[in-house]
Ligand binder design. Structure first.
Ligand code: AMP
Ligand code: MN
Ligand code: MN
Length: 320
């Protein structure tokens, strides 16, 4: 795909990611924003994100540049990053539909190829890694490198998920050479938790339930609990990973009540179960080992439906 031909030809560019942006989404959007700002002239470049978790606020231009509401602009080019389907764009969907040209760079297996030009590398760790492949090394500043490094760190769970390849490590190494402080990015954006976040983590672990002879671990966060702690969705980041590393577990499920009979589901697999396949069945998506969806019904029904699918896949796995 001629990504840079489109960038060069455009005088106005919108950059946006998915709703409830995570590290890879924020990292890739700000990396492209900073890169273009530093290396191009006479272009209007705007970056749109729904909200940015406080832990990412040290990235360059997080505080001043991000637009959280759409402007009345018809862009020459709209670049969607880390977004697998048009409905995940959220408030920027209209800007996308109104833009003269659209590009999507992504790595979700469930990507629907919704843009005019789609570049999806399903086996690549993160959108930051995909994007890094397009950028000229000499033009990447320390600040842009920090954004890319943060995204890679988050989507690889600090280089431990199976999506971490030699190329991932090589790219991360090149970013370190730009002067990025690895321990700062990892500690400040990934491991550091507020007291409130740790309290919720503790409760989720304490109240977790094992199903299917310990192959599934499940935890539930009610709206009441979110209100009690004054928490937002991103305060739960990392909880699902702690559930997943429980010995004997194949799949971890975290269900967050979003409304009456309305739940956000996060799933993580340890390898045998393709959780993207299951989330796709329920209108969501993601990756083989990490996926999500929203489901209607009681939390009990949600878990029953998901565990039936997990059991089905595990049965197929053992008889293969
Ligand atoms: P989460 O559990 O929300 O952290 O999401 C895990 C992975 O699945 C991420 O790569 C998300 O982008 C993706 N994902 C989560 N929810 C959805 C959804 N409703 N539709 C498509 N992809 C999703
Ligand atoms: Mn993401
Ligand atoms: Mn990603």
């Amino acid at each position: 795909m001629e990504f840079f031909r489109l960038i060069n030809e455009a005088t106005s560019i919108a950059i946006a990611g998915h709703i409830r942006p995570d590290g890879d989404c924020v990292g890739s959007c700000l990396a492209l924003y900073n890169y273009l700002l530093e290396n191009t002239e006479n272009k209007q470049i705007d970056v749109y994100l729904e909200s940015v978790p406080a832990a990412f606020s040290f990235l360059k231009n997080t505080e001043n540049a991000i637009q959280t509401a759409k402007q009345n602009v018809t862009y020459d080019l709209f670049v969607a990053l880390d977004c697998g389907s048009i409905d995940r764009l959220g408030f920027t969907e209209e800007l996308f539909l109104g833009a003269k040209h659209t590009v999507c760079l992504d790595h979700h297996i469930s990507n629907t190829r919704f843009a005019e030009y789609n570049h999806v590398e399903e086996d690549v760790s993160s959108t930051c890694e995909v994007l890094c492949g397009f950028l000229e090394d000499a033009k990447i500043s320390k600040e842009t490198a920090e954004c890319l490094y943060l995204g890679i760190v988050h989507d690889t769970g600090v280089f431990k998920h199976s999506n971490t390849t030699r190329r991932t490590m090589d790219m991360a190494g090149r970013l370190l050479e730009k002067g990025v402080s690895s321990s700062k990015v990892i500690d400040d954006s990934f491991y550091r938790k507020t007291y409130m976040q740790n309290q919720i983590l503790g409760r989720c672990l304490l109240e977790s339930i094992l199903l299917l002879n310990g192959k599934i671990i499940y935890s539930f966060v009610s709206q009441k609990m979110m209100q009690l702690y004054g928490a937002v969705a991103s305060d739960l980041d990392g909880i699902i990973d702690q559930l997943r590393v429980t010995e004997g577990v194949e799949v971890a499920i975290l269900v967050r009540e979003e409304g009456v009979q309305h739940h956000k589901v996060s799933m993580r697999s340890n390898g045998k179960v393709d959780v993207s396949k299951i989330c796709c069945m329920f209108g969501g998506g993601g990756h083989k080992m990490a996926a999500g969806c929203t489901m209607n019904g009681s939390a009990h029904d949600v878990v029953n439906n998901l565990s039936a699918q997990i059991e089905h896949q595990l049965k197929g796995y053992t008889t293969e």
